[in-house]
Design a protein around this ligand. Structure first.
Ligand code: F6R
Length: 609
């Protein structure tokens, strides 16, 4: 997804913009650009491709700008190209704009602007913005921005640079994140905190409709009618190193290895040491509200949706309330039977996913209480939900989600235990057994990471495959879906996940000699059935790698490779089972020379529909 940076102050502008854009690379992008106020004009440099292309363009040039804006673009309106890259300018080159989001009414605006004589160069929705500035400008950039946003429908985080007012940057947000970094004699703007961390930890997180008037000396925040807004400073506590690769070849690998710590962080402070009860102080539902819940909905996208599938199993088992689960892009349009008696749980690592945010809004509109499980403090989803449970996974930079997923699973379990406690649906001994096992998960994940040689052997043999199948039953099926998604998205191997009992209803036709099948057999009550399903695919000469709990009998006799996992409570098994699947996807992608951290066509934070 697109990234924005802005700088105003005495230091050389270009390196600050380029470094900021570099820190935002993880968001995924196809082109980049910067604009600077230079002498008598605004200079714009933009290039399709990775940042190096832009660096090359700038190489050897001298600049004396006091302000600049930069952007990494992920194409929506108009293909990736130099011309469609941001910043965009007006006819006379007096305004430069970078923008994240979508201006939904850009077509009528564009037609109107063309009828007024404006000349457009790109295919983007964004280009209406500088032309609107040009049309409305009467000597005050802030007032012009206020006037422009009254014309807009859609989502935007934008920053504007004006030739006539070189000493200020003006920024505004609506449904797309934007942060002001507060320096001394200099100030910054960015769509995301990591771009600011090496300069400042003091920030203003802009809310929808807020406008920031940024000069080197200070930052004034106004609402859309020009009234001053008193902002409190948000001090970022992350370590800068936390947002970098820390010695691993890829962010994804680093994040896989961070899971033992992340899982512990997710639990920290949430289990009362005396009573070993779950304490979720962030959730402000009263016990009466919890007791009145008639139905639970879970909605999310991608990996977060897969975490929701596990959540459904856990909550139904522990709380005995029916749980419906939907992909957020479906939920928002299917007229769901959500009402004031429903609890809707939205799951989103980034807290900015457009479909999940829309599902949240739709649920609230229908009177439901919304509980968000998210990783990003003060994200849009966190701000709009009634209750929040942060995953505390730390920044996740690789596009493929790993530690966010396992910490989301932990949160699902915390929610299940919390609700079960209030509704009295779980025997104390069972609750204590689950909590005891939850506390051990971090160490068990570490043990798995230290003993994954089976994966290496499998990768050596199958990195050239173009197809793979993941099979499992019950919770193992939900983890199979996540394993298949991971393999597809980063290694580009076509992978399908099947409920193992469904194979004979069609998929067996695709199982032929040498096809790799990853069989998950961690659920004790379904184990014998899984062994039969493994035999079914072996009979078609597939090569099977099985994942089973320590002590599982017979699996060696039927599978070609077996990876044993430390045993745990069946509801918690997904946290362990997914880890070898993450590593499998990672190692396959490396063996196939794929861009692990930024797979093709994908973005980390999907803030458009
Ligand atoms: C896959 C992946 C995506 C995200 C999905 C939702 O590895 O990361 O499928 O899970 O785009 O993103 P969030 O969780 O930010 O709402």
């Amino acid at each position: 997804m697109c990234g924005i940076v802005g700088y105003i102050g005495p230091r050389p502008v270009v390196p600050i913009l380029l470094d900021g854009l570099k820190k935002l690379e993880y968001r995924g992008y196809d082109s980049s650009g910067i604009a600077l106020t230079e002498g008598n004009g605004i200079e714009v440099f933009k290039r399709q491709g990775k940042l190096d292309a832009l660096r090359e363009e700038l190489n050897g040039r001298e600049f004396c700008a006091a302000a600049g804006i930069g952007h990494t673009r992920w194409a929506t309106h108009g293909r990736p190209s130099d011309i469609n890259a941001h910043p965009h300018t007006d006819c006379q080159g007096r305004f430069a704009v970078v923008h994240n989001g979508i201006i939904e009414n850009y077509l009528p605006l564009k037609e109107w602007l063309i009828s007024m004589g404006h000349i457009f160069r790109s295919e983007t929705d964004t280009e209406v913005l500088p032309h609107l500035m040009e049309e409305f400008y009467e000597g005050d950039l802030v007032r012009t921005v206020m006037r422009v946003i009254r014309k807009l429908e859609g989502s935007y985080a934008m920053v504007v640079l004006a030739l006539d007012e070189p000493g200020r940057l003006v920024a505004v947000r609506q449904d797309s994140p934007l942060v002001v970094g507060l320096g001394e004699g200099e100030n910054f703007l960015a769509s995301d905190i990591p771009a600011l961390l090496c300069h400042t930890r003091n920030t203003y997180i802009l809310e929808d409709g807020e406008i920031a008037d940024v000069t080197p000396e200070g930052v004034a925040v106004l609402d859309r009618d020009g009234r001053k807004v008193e902002k409190s400073v948000f001090h970022v506590k992350w370590e800068a190193a936390q947002a970098e690769k820390g010695g691993y070849d890829h962010f994804m690998l680093k994040e896989i290895y961070e899971q033992p710590r992340a899982l512990k962080d997710t639990l920290s402070g949430r289990i009362d040491p005396d009573s070993s009860r779950v304490v979720l102080s962030e959730i402000r539902m009263t016990p009466e509200q919890v007791r009145n819940i008639k139905k639970i909905f879970i909605t999310a996208c991608g990996t977060a949706y897969h975490a929701g599938l596990v959540g459904k199993h856990i909550i139904e088992k522990l709380v005995r309330i029916p749980v419906e689960i939907d992909i957020a892009s479906e939920f928002r349009y299917r007229d769901p039977l959500v009402d004031g008696d429903s609890l809707v749980i939205v799951v989103s690592q980034s807290g900015e996913t457009a479909d999940t945010l829309a599902a949240l809004r739709e649920s609230r509109r229908r009177g439901a209480r919304v509980l968000a499980v998210t990783n990003v403090v003060d994200s849009s989803i966190a701000r709009e939900a009634d209750d929040i449970l942060y995953t505390w996974a730390g920044p996740e930079i690789a596009v493929a989600s790993t530690k966010a997923y396992t910490t989301q699973l932990m949160c699902m379990c915390l929610i299940g235990l919390y609700l079960a406690d209030i509704r009295g649906t779980l025997p104390e001994a069972e609750r204590k057994a689950i909590i005891r096992e939850m506390r051990k998960l971090g160490d068990k994940v570490r043990a798995i990471l230290e003993n994954c040689n089976v994966i290496d052997r499998f990768v050596q043999d199958y990195a050239g495959s173009e197809n793979a199948f993941f099979i499992g039953r019950g919770l193992d099926h939900t983890v199979a879906m996540e394993g298949a998604l991971k393999l597809k998205e980063i290694s580009y191997i076509h992978a399908e996940a099947y409920a193992a009992g469904e194979l004979k209803h069609g998929t067996l036709a695709l199982i032929v000699k040498g096809v790799p099948v990853i069989a998950l057999a961690t659920q004790q009550d379904l184990y014998e059935k899984m062994v039969s399903n493994i035999k079914e695919v072996k009979a078609r000469e597939a090569t099977v790698m099985a994942l089973a709990m320590n002590g599982a009998k017979d699996v060696e006799k039927v599978a070609d490779h077996v990876l044993h996992l430390p045993s745990t409570h069946p509801l918690l098994a997904p946290v362990l089972t997914v880890v070898p699947l993450q590593l499998l996807a990672y190692r396959m992608a490396v063996a196939r020379n794929c861009d692990v951290d930024q797979p093709r066509n994908l973005a980390k934070s999907v803030t458009v529909e």
